[in-house]
Design a protein around this ligand. Structure first.
Ligand code: ZN
Length: 361
């Protein structure tokens, strides 16, 4: 019993600390996370494959082998004890290496948006309409600006590899002068890694692994998904744990990176989020905006939908529920719904004067 308690003790202490909020921003996020996450990143970054994927698959195999042997040798209890001890250390390390970031001040507090009368306050339908129009029109312009060798009516192709994509997104992060959290801006990201099999049954496009500090994406994702997915995972790597916040800073980094394909990828995702929010109260306008999108962009969208349609429905539903429960356990009250809250943050960022999208074409 003592071994189990010892393994969960650091987890309990860190979880309580992250919930208390005291010093999480000034001590954990400013010093501990950059040190621990940075060291892990330096160790795993050079590996050409996802160490996380290898660890998970070997962990499952080990669990099955040891479980089977414990049944044969009638040592089920000591097996169970071993599993609990391992689980305790896994959770403890998760919180130390990254998970405490869920206890950071929300982005709106870090930025002072919640104290600024010109920024805080409810969002009107008119603002959602305006945001969706600007994002979708700019997604269209961004597509039309891509050179014909990478974008046709049949869809688009990313003109560089994942290493170059990481460098581009990093460049974008460095332009975000408005971002109050300083370690996030000059963070040197390792290249994101394609995950070959692990994601197949799950509803994840990407994932940041806190234990190995690796940003990963589903190897089967269509190119058009990559800039935004990778920028989002690199936001997690920079200590933004919450999904809406990772969406917002990832979007801003990719749009501002000075690269046409990254800009297109981010605007396509931004348009899709804002248009989904619009569709909740104005379906005709939402449909109208979708019809404005160029044929090639719609082909990209169809390829992305087809990617999701290939996945087994049952395992998607199970992974959705599990991820929802996980987010709620980390204090994200609306769980998976929280991704969509990026629309509210986008309006606030716009009110703060940090979104410059021209529609006068
Ligand atoms: Zn995420």
């Amino acid at each position: 019993m003592r071994g189990i308690i010892t393994a969960f003790l650091p987890a309990a202490a860190l979880w309580l600390w992250s919930r208390s909020g005291a010093g999480v921003e000034s001590v954990y996020a400013a010093h501990i996370y950059p040190a621990v996450g940075g060291a892990l990143q330096a160790a795993t970054g050079p590996l050409p494959f996802s160490l996380f994927e290898v660890l998970v698959i070997s962990g499952v195999v080990l669990l099955l082998v040891l479980g089977h042997r414990s049944v044969r040798r009638r040592k089920k209890l000591s097996f169970l004890r071993g599993v609990l001890i391992a689980a305790g250390w896994i959770v403890s390390f998760f919180l130390l290496a990254w998970g405490m970031n869920y206890g950071r001040d929300p982005l709106k507090v870090q930025q002072g948006w919640d104290r600024d009368p010109a920024i805080r306050g409810p969002i009107s339908r008119g603002e959602i309409r305006a945001l969706a129009s600007r994002l979708c029109l700019n997604a269209r312009y961004a597509y039309e600006d891509l050179p014909p060798e990478i974008a046709s009516d049949a869809g688009s192709t990313m003109p560089y590899d994942r290493h170059e994509l990481a460098r581009i997104i990093d460049r974008g992060y460095r332009t975000l002068d408005w971002l109050a959290y300083a370690p996030a801006r000059d963070w040197e990201s390792p290249s994101p890694k394609p995950v070959q099999v692990l994601f197949f049954p799950f509803s994840a496009a990407g994932m940041f692994s806190p234990w190995t500090s690796e940003a990963q994406y589903d190897a089967g994702l269509p190119d058009a998904s990559l800039p935004f997915t990778v920028a989002h995972e690199l936001a997690h790597a920079r200590g933004f744990a919450r999904e809406d916040e990772a969406n917002l800073v990832g979007f801003a980094a990719a749009v501002n990176a000075g690269d046409p394909y990254a800009r297109y990828g981010a605007l396509r995702s931004g348009c899709s989020y804002a248009n989904n929010a619009l569709a909740k109260f104005d379906r005709p306008m939402s449909r109208g905006l979708r019809q404005l999108l160029p044929e090639g962009l719609r082909a990209d969208q169809r390829a992305i939908n087809a990617h999701w349609d290939k996945k087994p429905e049952l395992s998607m539903a199970v992974s959705d529920k599990t991820y929802d429960a996980y987010l709620k356990s980390q204090g994200v009250e609306d769980g998976r719904q929280s991704y969509g809250r990026v629309v509210k943050l986008l309006v606030w960022l716009d009110r703060a004067g940090e979104i410059t999208l021209d529609v006068s074409r």
